[in-house]
Design a protein around this ligand. Structure first.
Ligand SMILES: C[S@@+](CC[C@H](N)C(=O)[O-])C[C@H]1O[C@@H](n2cnc3c(N)ncnc32)[C@H](O)[C@@H]1O
Length: 299
């Protein structure tokens, strides 16, 4: 069998099994390509369409190994990244395991494109990645802005252990400090920039999550930890406290996924700047300290 045929057969298997995507790929072909190429030790960016004659011959032993991996993906319904122990964001590789959510934050896009830069004070030095999970946004921020120091905070010490692996993988121990913190409670500040991809999934959507998402820590997704249902429990607390943790020209960049309706219902008066992402211009927003202070005046 040729490489391309193996990927196509794998895609068919994944599609027929009805697995869910969204942890690095959005369709069966891309997911099969990832798993096949990874298992065979081939570059993950191999252009399968450009392969002459369908690419290299795959031995029976190699096919058996790929089959076992696809079987695990289908029967455990764990995201591919938990099986390969690796995820990619903006071309940067991250270690991941079940202690942390699979990194896929859309904040990585305006961070890489420079869209956030226009809002930053030239003297920007202190950055916080709140809800850091496996540390991917903290690492991307440190790589994008060589002069900044980054605090990476999470309530989950499990997630912070995974983040530590990534900080070391990228040699950023001198520039990223890991902090166990419930929201902003234990971070020093003030910060010139706070990045935050928090738990924001509403209660109804939580109840309907496919198994791939239930394989991730619920703490990372469930935005109703305070007993609410609209997914905004963490964000309510964050927005109330954020201005006090920002420098005068500081900004908060916040991801809310598909929860724009709930966000706008909860924070109708807030002056938000929506940032473009590949998933639309209603998933990531930017809030200035002034806008936060106007909506949430300090007591
Ligand atoms: C959606 S995940 C984002 C992880 C990572 N930033 C990323 O984009 O892949 C949300 C993270 O928030 C953390 N978290 C949940 N509640 C928290 C709280 N009260 N304080 C701090 N972190 C919290 C979870 O442990 C999880 O790692």
């Amino acid at each position: 069998m040729k490489l391309r045929d193996l990927v196509e057969a794998g895609a068919l298997q994944l599609a027929e099994a009805g697995v869910a995507f969204g942890h690095g790929t959005h369709n069966a072909f891309d997911e099969a390509a990832w798993l096949v190429l990874w298992k065979l030790g081939l570059p993950l960016d191999t252009d399968l369409d450009a392969l002459q004659g369908g690419g290299q011959d795959i031995s029976a032993a190699q096919q058996a190994e790929v089959d076992a991996l696809l079987h695990a993906r289908i029967h455990t319904r764990r995201p591919a990244a938990y099986l390969t122990r690796e995820a990619w964001l903006q071309g940067v590789s991250f270690y991941v395991d079940e202690r942390a959510i699979v990194p896929r934050s859309l904040i990585a896009e305006p961070l890489a494109s420079g869209d956030i830069d226009a809002w930053l004070d030239p003297a920007t030095h202190n950055v916080l990645d709140l809800c850091t999970g496996n540390g991917s946004l903290a690492v991307l921020a440190a790589l994008a802005w060589p002069d900044v120091q980054v605090d990476a905070a999470d309530i989950s010490t499990d997630a912070l252990e995974v983040a530590r692996i990534n900080v070391e993988r990228h040699g950023l121990q001198e520039r990223i400090r890991l902090i166990a913190s419930d929201g902003l409670s234990a971070v020093p500040g003030p910060y010139d920039l706070i990045l935050c991809n928090p738990p924001y999934v509403n209660a109804r959507a939580m109840a309907e999550l496919p198994p791939e998402y239930r394989a991730e820590p619920a703490l990372a997704l469930d935005g109703n930890a305070g007993g609410g249902t609209d997914g905004m429990d963490f964000i309510r607390r964050l927005l109330r406290d954020a201005a006090a943790h920002l420098t005068p020209h500081g900004v908060l960049v916040l991801e809310i996924g598909n929860e724009r309706q709930h966000f706008e219902q909860a924070f109708a008066e807030l002056e938000s700047v929506w940032l473009d992402t590949s998933a639309g211009a209603d998933q990531v927003l930017l809030l200035t300290r002034d806008a936060l202070a106007a909506s949430f005046p300090s007591p």
